[in-house]
Design a protein around this ligand. Structure first.
Ligand code: FES
Length: 319
């Protein structure tokens, strides 16, 4: 959780689709909430030390509160179940300031938005802002059925409906065929944005990578794909505080450093939010995150130590 937190009251909880609730969060005090931009997310602190990231769905002018939507996951790690079962209207929650790792590139001439399931949340906000700005865009939203389609009324509004295509109940092969068609030939100065489950993200990234120009593809993971990459041990040198520590198999750099009294701020602990970012002063990181760009990974001077490891026997970190 970010060190700066805000207190908010849950003003309204609304069912948005099967297993999806939206939560309107308003300031608990007299001060207005900081402004947010489309693509932003907040950390929400829940009971038992659980912190989860949720994208803001706010449209232009909706600055009185933050709106998030949460899907109850069948195999919840605790966050979505707590939001659905324990959080009630009137409750006070602690949240972080909004952060945006998935901003709209306003220099683009047009924007292609692809949402899978609950990945609609940041893309809905983007679509509404792009529409208000008169920018060229189209949103493709893949969902299991009409009942599983969140924010149906908004998407069907006169402003948006001609810019939105809903794809319901497609098989994996049908999704692939559809995405192949959508991603085959980017228009000049067109940018691509996608957010959805891990398989959806992998498919979109694989299809886009060979044909979309570098810098035109933007993605937001909301959970990391399961990794079975080897977890061998290595050594970390702590440049600022001095000393070394061994990071054994099965332990993260964050956990190993904490045992030496070096606390690194974390949030998602899955390599998707960027909170734990530290600088690398030597050695070769083994990047396992879904946050740094390909170029940043090649540069090798930053690491997300909640998930990433080391290719070299020793890694020197600026901690
Ligand atoms: Fe989120 Fe490390 S805590 S990337």
């Amino acid at each position: 959780m970010s060190t700066t937190s805000l207190s908010v009251i849950v003003k309204r909880i609304c069912p948005q689709a099967a297993d999806i609730l939206s939560f309107e969060l308003v300031p608990a005090g007299a001060e207005a909430l900081p402004a947010c931009t489309p693509g932003s997310h907040i950390d929400v602190a829940l009971a038992d030390g659980i912190v989860r990231q949720y994208s803001l769905c706010n449209g232009p002018g909706e600055d009185g509160g933050y709106i998030i939507a949460v899907k109850r996951e069948p195999v919840s790690r605790g966050g979505s179940a707590a939001m659905h079962e324990r959080v009630r209207e009137g409750d006070v929650l602690s949240i972080s300031l909004p952060r945006n790792h998935f901003p709209i590139d306003w220099s683009a001439q047009s924007h292609l938005l692809l949402a899978g399931g609950i990945g609609i949340t940041p893309l809905l906000s983007m679509a509404r802002h792009l529409q208000a700005a008169g920018a060229g865009f189209h949103l493709h939203y893949f969902a299991r059925s009409d009942q599983h389609t969140a924010f149906r009324e908004l998407l069907a509004s006169p402003d948006l409906r001609s810019k939105v295509s809903l794809h319901h109940g497609l098989s994996a092969d049908e999704v692939k065929t559809c995405m192949q068609g959508l991603l085959a030939s980017p228009a000049p100065m067109q940018h691509l944005y996608f957010c959805g489950p891990a398989a959806f993200m992998g498919l979109a990234a694989d299809l886009a990578q060979p044909v979309w120009p570098a810098g035109s593809v933007h993605m937001e993971y909301f959970s990391a794909p399961v990794s079975d990459a080897p977890q061998g041990s290595f050594e970390v040198h702590m440049k600022r505080s001095g000393g070394n520590c061994i990071v054994p198999e099965g332990k993260s750099i964050v956990e190993a450093l904490a045992e030496k009294g070096i606390m690194i701020e974390t949030s998602c602990e899955q390599g998707v939010c960027g909170t734990c970012l530290v600088n690398v002063c030597g050695g070769e990181p083994d990047h396992r995150d879904f946050y740094l760009s390909d170029q940043e990974k090649r540069d090798g001077d930053k690491i997300l130590p909640c998930v990433s490891r080391s290719r070299s026997p020793v890694l020197i970190l600026d901690v």
